[in-house]
Design a protein around this ligand. Structure first.
Ligand code: HAM
Length: 428
């Protein structure tokens, strides 16, 4: 019997895992440039943390959690998202008693029991970034800019930023009541009617055409914002203009998790079909108190690394069709060593190691392989140069360097080979 991964688990193996790594690295680098520190947190938490943090009536909590009892009978849940656990971790380690805001990021697998399809998995990967401890709208803009710059660094050009404000404890209840009044007058099924009473904003997110058609006149939150929330929202938009980040006002944008207030946003990508959301986030100024902590405003986002991999692949495919030079994958090999004959393995390994220490990406043939098989491996590696060392080269104190793009060959003194290659490749 052979085993398969459980349904809906997203996995990456070479060579595609290089794109995954590139995507994760783009977000890490962007977060580091903005001085966010790394945090590594629990993969499973007390189930109540998510019930109280993410929200009792959210789909994530009611339908999608992987909840289990451990051997001592505690109810634990695999993290369906990072934010609630991250804030728990920040509070538990007392980071909020130091300099504010606490600026941290984390990344890894998260788990939701969803119906799997392209771009929607049960185990998927998020990069998550949070700034905890300030209500300053400048940090709202900063988080958006960190995500924006990472998408751009990956060469993505076709993503969009959708922006909304969900108000706060002062103005949201008025809006909620107005929305409920409007929705109760529509022709909706029983389950949706129940949702109107429990969580009316979620009805705005209903994707069914017959429901959407009835929602065109529904009131929008931005018409109900109190003075404080309106000023905050205007400020965020001014700052985004300063940072040359375009956005689309999306007054019907609601998020699937219940902790949001004020600024909320999503990034979407038009080439991904139904699962077009490549990231999303917003403010959660009440979350700390919801999970038993002190008043502590916060904002952050998470991006779906799997969907960004799909978006990068889709745009690069389109570029290739249009003959645009696509950005090179940064993890392909640059030099490939080919030892010919017994004694050459040591020389090739030494040279390859030296090149790696000089900062190049280098690989070689392992095991016994004929010249033909070895050159095939060199081509497959994506390297620009193959380095061949055989008995003849060893006796003469040379290495043969073959340019794999045009076939040119150069015999270079063994001691000069590393310098020769570094000079030509260090910038690529
Ligand atoms: P979220 O919108 O639930 O937000 O998820 C963030 C991103 O994760 C989505 O935009 C999408 O790219 C990806 N994603 C969600 N579900 C799936 C799935 N089943 N398969 C593949 N990718 C998926 C949050 O998780 C919030 N914690 C974000 C946040 C951080 N808000 C404030 N701070």
């Amino acid at each position: 019997m052979t085993f398969q991964a459980p349904k809906g688990v997203s996995e990456y193996v070479p060579p595609r895992s290089a794109v995954f790594e590139e995507v994760a690295e783009a977000f890490t680098a962007s977060a580091r440039r903005a001085c966010y520190g790394r945090l590594e947190q629990a993969v499973f938490e007390d189930t109540q943390l998510f019930v109280r943090g993410v929200g009792e009536s959210s789909d994530v909590v009611t339908k999608e959690m992987y909840t289990f009892a451990d051997r001592a009978g505690r109810s634990l849940t695999l993290r369906p998202e990072f934010t609630a656990g991250l804030l728990r971790c920040v509070l538990e380690h007392g980071l909020h008693r130091g300099h504010l805001p606490v600026k941290v990021w984390t990344a890894g697998p998260v788990f939701r029991y969803e119906q799997p399809q392209s771009g929607r998995y049960r185990q998927f990967y998020q990069f998550d970034l949070e700034a905890v401890g300030t209500a300053d709208p400048a940090v709202d803009a900063e988080t958006i800019a960190v995500a924006w710059d990472a998408y751009a660094a990956l060469g993505l050009r076709r993503f969009r930023l959708l922006l909304n404000s969900l108000g706060d404890a002062e103005c949201r209840p008025l809006y909620r009541a107005a929305l409920q009044k409007h929705l109760r007058g529509l022709d909706l099924d029983e389950a949706t009617r129940q949702r109107i009473e429990l969580n009316p904003l979620r009805v705005l997110d209903d994707q069914r055409p017959e429901v959407r058609a009835q929602l065109t006149d529904a009131p929008v939150m931005t018409d109900y914002l109190c003075a404080g929330c309106a000023a905050h929202h205007d400020r965020v938009r001014e700052l985004l203009s300063d940072l040359a980040i375009p956005w689309t006002d999306a007054p019907r944008l609601v998020r699937g998790l219940d902790y949001y207030n004020r600024t909320t946003y999503e990034f979407d990508h038009p080439l991904l079909g139904a699962q077009s959301g490549i990231g999303g986030g917003g403010r959660y100024d009440g979350l700390s108190e919801d999970i038993g902590g002190p008043p502590l405003p916060g904002i952050g986002f998470a991006v779906g690394l799997d969907r960004i991999v799909l978006a990068v692949e889709a745009e690069r495919r389109q570029d290739a069709e249009r003959d645009v030079v696509a950005p090179l994958g940064s993890y392909s090999c640059q030099v490939f060593g080919v030892p010919l004959g017994d004694g050459a393995h040591r020389d090739v390994l030494a040279l390859i190691t030296r090149l790696r220490r000089d900062g190049l990406r280098a690989d070689m043939v392992f095991g016994a392989r004929g010249l033909k098989g070895a050159m095939k491996a060199a081509d497959r590696s994506g390297a620009s140069y193959a380095v061949l060392i055989g008995d003849h080269e060893r006796a003469a104190g040379l290495v043969r360097i073959k340019d794999l793009d045009n076939g040119d060959q150069h015999d270079v003194p063994a001691g000069d080979a590393a310098g020769w290659l570094t000079e030509r490749l260090a910038t690529s």
